[in-house]
Write a protein that binds this ligand. Structure first.
Ligand SMILES: O=P(O)(O)O[C@@H]1C[C@H](O)[C@@H](CO)O1
Length: 333
């Protein structure tokens, strides 16, 4: 291939597709007077990402009659929500073109289509994390596939450590905002050339967590009698997989974070870039260790156990919210 593209191990098929792409997009610039613009591999890959997402969405839509308007992402130990989906059609991630593989215990690794209280849904039973070694484009690919399948609202769940000292294990925190620690080091799913077919170059994140959906969650939780364990706060994402040190927990709390986790934010950024509504909640699976005299130790077993303990209420909360979701009026000003 031409200069400017580092040598990487493309398959023959991919090489052929890239040559086609280069011939179409680079060797014949739209404006003949313009100089050749040699794209780096990352630009080719990001341009490929639209094609990848389109291929994946078309493959899924050709294998199910469901046309989902709601997308749900189940975090560690929270996959039970997918069991509530009626008339489920299940696709294992390993069978879905371009989908990564889930490798974390507590993440089933399958996509479930069906209806939740009559609403057409698609549910990720298991998600992907940077610490598994996936690229940030791969872990957020499902969000773009959701968009291309017609999803309007994304509901994300995760398990997180409680930095806020008022939080107890088993509390549920509605996310009102996030702190993207990896983002400060340039690790952002939107880094690289922007694909206008998904969204704008500089998307706003100050309204990432839909105010109406947060209010709906509070209303439903009150009706269900969940007020005693419902919180609302700021979620901070870190890379993981090691849990945070005491100094890190103290720092993150001083920065305004109420909970710390290893997921969700990257998906939210891509979902908002594509102008889908976002609602997210954290199950506080453990209290972050903030005191050098503490004997507590964060561990994944405790995360999964807390998920099982709170699963029923979380499923009830989310499924009831789904029944009350109004379709987005695309003509509304
Ligand atoms: O997918 P989530 O964010 O729920 O998974 C949490 C964070 C880590 O991946 C893992 C740590 O126990 O659980």
């Amino acid at each position: 291939m031409g200069g400017g593209c580092e040598a990487i191990n493309w398959s023959l098929h991919q090489e052929a597709r890239i040559d086609d792409w280069l011939n179409f997009n680079v060797k014949q610039p739209a404006d003949p007077s313009s100089p050749f613009i040699m794209l780096s591999v990352s630009e080719i890959v990001s341009a490929e990402s639209y094609e990848e997402c389109r291929t994946t969405a078309d493959w899924l839509l050709s294998n199910t009659q469901v046309r989902p308007t709601v997308g749900i992402v189940c975090g560690s130990g929270l996959g039970g929500l997918a069991e509530k989906i009626k008339d489920p059609q299940v696709f294992k991630y390993c069978d879905i073109p371009n989908f990564p593989r889930s490798t974390v215990h507590g993440h089933a690794g399958q996509l479930v289509f069906g209806t939740l209280k009559g609403k057409p849904c698609v549910c990720m039973q298991g998600r992907f994390h940077l610490y598994e070694g996936h690229t940030i484009q791969k872990i957020t690919l499902p969000m773009r596939v959701f968009k291309l399948m017609g999803v309007e609202t994304v509901i994300l769940t995760n398990a997180a450590g409680g930095l806020n000292q008022d939080y107890k294990v088993g509390d549920v925190m509605i996310l009102k905002d996030h702190i993207n620690m990896p983002g400060f080091a340039g690790i952002n799913p939107l880094a690289g050339p922007n694909d206008d077919r998904f969204g704008v170059r500089f998307p706003c994140m100050s309204d990432a967590y839909d105010r109406e959906l947060r209010q709906l969650a509070h209303d439903v939780a009150s009706e269900l009698g969940y007020d005693n364990f419902l919180r609302e706060g700021v979620y901070c994402v870190v890379g993981g997989p090691s849990f945070e040190t005491i100094a890190e927990c103290r720092m993150l709390h001083s920065l305004g974070a109420d909970a710390v986790g290893m997921s969700t934010v990257h998906e939210v950024i891509v979902a908002r870039h594509a102008e889908m509504r976002v609602f997210a909640l954290s199950l506080i699976s453990n209290r972050s260790v903030m005191d050098y005299d503490s004997q507590e130790k964060a561990n994944h077993k405790e995360v999964l156990e807390t998920g099982m303990m709170r699963a029923e209420q979380l499923e009830k909360l989310v499924s009831t919210m789904v029944t009350r979701l109004e379709p987005i009026d695309n003509n509304a000003f």
